[in-house]
Each structure stands twice: as structure tokens, then as C-alpha cells.
Ligand binder design. Structure first.
Ligand SMILES: Nc1ncnc2c1ncn2[C@@H]1O[C@H](COP(=O)(O)OP(=O)(O)O)[C@@H](O)[C@H]1O
Ligand SMILES: [Mg+2]
Length: 209
């Protein structure tokens, strides 16, 4: 079982959007996917309850170190949707994760805010060499200098920056509010999520070699 944790203590960075769409796409591709909602605001759980083909979704705002292993055997991939201000939970999530995806909106303040989760990831990597981590640029406005300079700024942290990103598109909030993924509605957002899923699978597969 692989565990992908979507983490960043900064609220509104795009965690739930990425977690719900990634989980949906992985399920479409035939993986047995569980979505773990670690946010007391329960946005992912509400999304799942609203939709018809949404992945099995579990609320776990604590005890991740027992809740995630309990899914072993029943699921191939766990996608964990993180919460704001969750230092203790973030530490447990990073321990459980094979891969940490860190959504970051293209602004200086958002990049600085990501240092909190990076510190936790690096502390764990120093002990075990795991987990892998990668930034995902979230809500990028196409072809702006800002989006490119964000790429440069993020690379300076020595963490992968995925080639795939989410653009600033109305399709994302629409799908989230309707219990859908952007794969149900199609268009450019669907292409973005498919590219993100491809890259995620590649990182998970390589980490086993
Ligand atoms: N790529 C995007 N384009 C447009 N709106 C987005 C995008 N990503 C997220 N949003 C919207 O921004 C808000 C915050 O995103 P969310 O995924 O809930 O962040 P987090 O879980 O990190 O708090 C939500 O209303 C969501 O629909
Ligand atoms: Mg959220």
C-alpha cells in the first residue's frame, strides 16, 4: 500500500482540491483508493458524501499512526488530505507517507508558508531517508512571470517541483462543490489532473526500486 499525503499548513493552498481529484483519478485507473480526511473542517468528507463515485473516505483527525495501517490489505493507495495548523498530525502524516505533495500557490508568502511542512519532511528524511516530497504549483495563472519565478524559487529548496500543476480554473471549485472530480467535467483541468496522477504514480513506483 502506498500513502500519498497532501500537506501544507497554509489553508487554501489547494490540498483538498488536489487530494480529491488525485484520489478520483487513481480510482478511475483501477486502483483501490482510500481518501483520509485529516481536516476537522471535513471538506473532503462532505465532497465524498455528495458524490456517487467518490472513493471511500475516512475521517481521521488524529491517531494516523494506527488509522492508516488499518487500511492495509483493503486498499492499494491512500491519499491523505491534510489540514491547516496541524503540526502534530503533520508529523504523523509525514511518518506514514511514501510521498508528500505540497501544493503551493504562486506567491512569495505562500512559498514561505511551505517552509513549515518542509521542516517536518526534512526532519523525517534525516532519520529514515523517506518520504519523498514534491511541490505542486496550485492555481497558476498561465504564462505569468510570477508562475515561472515561483518555479525557480521552489527549486531552491532542493525539493522536486512537479511539471504538472493546477491552473486557476472555475472547474475546480465547481467539481469540489458538486461531489465530482474535474475528470467528470473534462477540459483543461482534467488534463492537468491526469498529468498530476501520472507523475504521482511515477514517483511512487520509483521509490520502490
Ligand atoms: N486550481 C484552482 N483553480 C481555482 N480554484 C481553486 C483551485 N484550487 C483550489 N481552488 C479553490 O480554492 C479554495 C481552497 O482550495 P482547497 O483545495 O480547499 O485548499 P486547502 O484544502 O489547502 O485549504 C477552494 O474553494 C477551491 O475550490
Ligand atoms: Mg482542505
Amino acid at each position: 500500500m502506498h500513502v500519498v499525503a497532501v500537506l501544507n499548513q497554509k489553508g487554501g493552498s489547494g490540498k483538498t482540491t488536489i487530494a480529491t481529484n488525485l484520489a478520483s483519478d487513481l480510482q478511475r485507473r483501477g486502483h483501490r483508493v482510500a481518501l483520509v480526511d485529516a481536516d476537522p473542517q471535513k471538506t473532503a468528507s462532505e465532497w465524498a458524501a455528495r458524490g456517487e463515485d467518490t472513493p471511500p473516505t475516512f475521517e481521521a483527525t488524529k491517531d494516523l499512526s494506527t488509522n492508516i495501517p488499518a487500511l492495509e490489505g483493503s486498499f492499494d493507495i491512500v491519499v491523505l488530505d491534510g489540514a491547516p495548523r496541524m503540526t502534530e498530525l503533520a508529523t504523523d502524516a509525514v511518518k506514514a507517507a511514501d510521498l508528500v505533495l505540497i501544493p503551493v500557490q504562486p506567491s512569495g508568502a505562500d512559498i514561505w508558508a511551505a517552509e513549515d511542512i518542509l521542516d517536518i519532511v526534512e526532519a523525517r528524511q534525516n532519520v529514515t531517508g523517506e518520504p519523498r516530497a514534491a511541490f505542486v504549483v496550485s492555481r497558476a495563472v498561465a504564462r505569468t512571470n510570477l508562475a515561472d519565478s515561483v518555479q525557480d524559487a521552489l527549486e531552491q529548496y532542493g525539493v522536486n517541483v512537479l511539471d504538472s500543476r493546477t491552473g486557476h480554473r472555475i472547474a475546480y471549485p465547481e467539481a469540489l462543490g458538486a461531489g465530482l472530480s474535474v475528470l467528470d467535467t473534462g477540459g483543461k483541468a482534467a488534463d492537468e489532473v491526469e498529468a498530476l496522477t501520472d507523475e504521482t504514480i511515477e514517483l511512487l513506483t520509483n521509490s520502490n526500486e
